[in-house]
Design a protein around this ligand. Structure first.
Ligand SMILES: NC(=O)c1ccc[n+]([C@@H]2O[C@H](COP(=O)([O-])OP(=O)(O)OC[C@H]3O[C@@H](n4cnc5c(N)ncnc54)[C@H](O)[C@@H]3O)[C@@H](O)[C@H]2O)c1
Length: 266
């Protein structure tokens, strides 16, 4: 599980849900501030350890590791750590993402563009590549889930790099599904709408300010656009992941599944 250190994040919710279903989980996050990835926006090792402790507190099995998904050597080491701790690797959730670098396209610098593409898309490629090698060697299939977004299917104002990376993630999902199906590995994407995580809060503050609204006014307007009448919860995405990891989803691959209360229907 990548990018799972932050409290209230999708990663934490997915970890807790999959652990409750019996999965042993290597909880990872970048665990160091880097360029365009400041400490107050990224998961620290302490936060990763807290997620591990919460899983253990519920009777689950988990271990912690630092992983910058853009670093191939670290990805290889993380796959090795999962195998060492738990005897194999059957599920990968590519959850690490940067969605707080918001600005108009004509002001976006190349290094900020590359940070977003690097984490959201290249990171998922590297983790899928090395996890799939391990799964193929094990010979018992596997599951890869890419946490995309409704921004994987529609444009998103002042989030061009984010939307491009998430659209790309669907291309990666569909191509990997074609290549890995023969090994019994399914590859699917989950397209969630807004969830008020720490990342989501930054987006709310930016958009509310842009529109001259309070955050409550902005969220009320968002709710009116969602047929089911509320924004997403981290648990909604976690439930979708549990389904995609279960036998119930054994014949589903290459899908980009909306979990958006009806906001996105394509
Ligand atoms: N919150 C939403 O509204 C929403 C909606 C749809 C999709 N998503 C996606 O869900 C995923 C989780 O987002 P979240 O809202 O829980 O935010 P979050 O900020 O809690 O999680 C993102 C995580 O990615 C980690 N990360 C950043 N760079 C990394 C790197 N180089 N290597 C490893 N980890 C790195 C961060 O440390 C953080 O823990 C993201 O991919 C996001 O795009 C979020």
């Amino acid at each position: 599980m990548t990018g799972a250190g932050r409290e209230g994040g999708l990663g934490e919710a997915i970890c807790l849900r999959l652990a409750a279903e019996g999965a042993a989980i290597l909880v990872t996050d970048i665990a160091a501030a880097k360029e365009n990835l400041p400490a107050d926006r990224t998961g620290s090792m302490d936060e990763v350890e807290r997620v591990v402790a919460r899983i253990a507190g519920h009777g689950g099995r988990a271990a912690a590791a630092a992983l910058d998904v853009r670093d191939e050597a670290q990805v290889i080491a993380a796959v090795g750590a999962a195998v060492k701790h738990f005897g194999g690797l059957d599920i990968v959730i590519n959850n690490a993402g940067v969605g707080y670098l918001m600005e108009p396209l004509i002001e976006m610098s190349i290094d900020r563009w590359q940070t977003v593409l690097g984490v959201n898309l290249t990171g998922a490629f590297l983790c899928s590549k090395h996890a799939a090698r391990q799964m193929i060697a094990q010979g018992r299939g596997g599951r890869i889930i890419n946490i995309a977004s409704v921004a994987a299917k529609s444009g998103s104002l002042h989030l061009a790099a984010y939307a491009a990376s998430k659209h790309g993630l669907i291309g990666l999902t569909r191509s990997a599904a074609l290549e890995l199906g023969t090994h019994g590995i399914t590859v699917n994407a989950v397209c969630s709408n807004h969830v008020t995580t720490q990342l989501g809060s930054v987006q709310n503050a930016y958009r509310a300010k842009q529109r001259g609204q309070t955050i409550d006014e902005y969220l009320a307007e968002m709710r009116r656009r969602i047929p089911l009448g509320r924004v997403g919860l981290a648990e909604d995405t976690a439930k979708a992941c549990a389904f995609l990891c279960s036998n119930e989803a054994s014949y589903m691959t290459g899908e980009a599944m909306n979990v958006s209360g009806g906001q996105e229907v394509h």
